[in-house]
Write a protein that binds this ligand. Structure first.
Ligand SMILES: [Co+2]
Length: 213
């Protein structure tokens, strides 16, 4: 078992690096060190860690959030419950967080556009969107989403009408947000599955809108 000091002294760098062609980044090294010490102290076990990584890398992703959105578009009663109690309502669809966090769903309307950010770090609605994209974690997004949300949206190619109000929601460790996008025009005859296929990750972050392509 590696220990913290050995990792940082570099003695095991080649070993932990054997599967990689380039040196581990500073963050990767710190994660490795943290993982080693948690395993060694018996705080977590390897199977649990592997399960968590598998869930968030392979099983959970924006396809789950898209199902939630399509259900809300087609079932007003579900939508009302979703907007008043996000976490409990997505749990009805067999989704949910392994962490005890609140999930608040913000509905876009013809006059209000919502977008989410974590100004401090990278808090994100993992249970419905999976792992956050790198840009979401980047300093420019985290700072400009608040100071210049319309500029950020323009960078994503989204020009909203000037009279649309833009609301930015700052996530925390305990409170995560997801955007319920506007159902696009021309989607009236689509099935719930067909609607879900239109919904993108960025639309649920609020850096895109949904359209019928
Ligand atoms: Co955060």
């Amino acid at each position: 078992m590696l220990n913290f000091l050995e990792v940082f002294s570099g003695q095991h760098l080649n070993m932990i690096n054997s599967k990689h062609s380039k040196p581990l980044s500073d963050v990767q090294l710190r994660v490795k060190a943290l993982e080693s010490i948690l395993l060694e102290k018996g705080v977590v076990d390897q199977n649990t860690l592997d399960t968590i990584v598998d869930i968030y890398e392979n099983r959970v992703g924006p396809h789950l959030g898209a199902k939630v959105v399509a259900r809300a578009w087609t079932n007003p009663e579900f939508k009302n419950r979703l907007l008043s109690n996000g976490a409990a309502t997505i749990a009805e669809l067999g989704m949910g967080s392994i962490l005890d966090v609140q999930l608040v769903v913000k509905e876009n309307t013809p006059t209000v556009h919502n977008m989410i950010v974590c100004t401090l770090c990278s808090c994100y609605p993992w249970s419905v969107l999976g792992l956050p994209p790198n840009w979401y974690k980047s300093f420019p997004y985290r700072s400009r989403a608040v100071s210049d949300p319309r500029g950020v949206l323009m960078d994503f190619g989204l020009a909203l009408p000037t009279d649309t109000e833009v609301c930015v929601w700052d996530s925390t460790a305990n409170m995560r947000y997801m955007v319920l996008p506007l159902r696009p025009e021309g989607s009236e005859n689509l099935s719930e599955d067909e609607l879900a296929a239109l919904v993108t990750r960025n639309a649920m972050i609020g850096t895109a809108v949904v359209s019928v392509s």
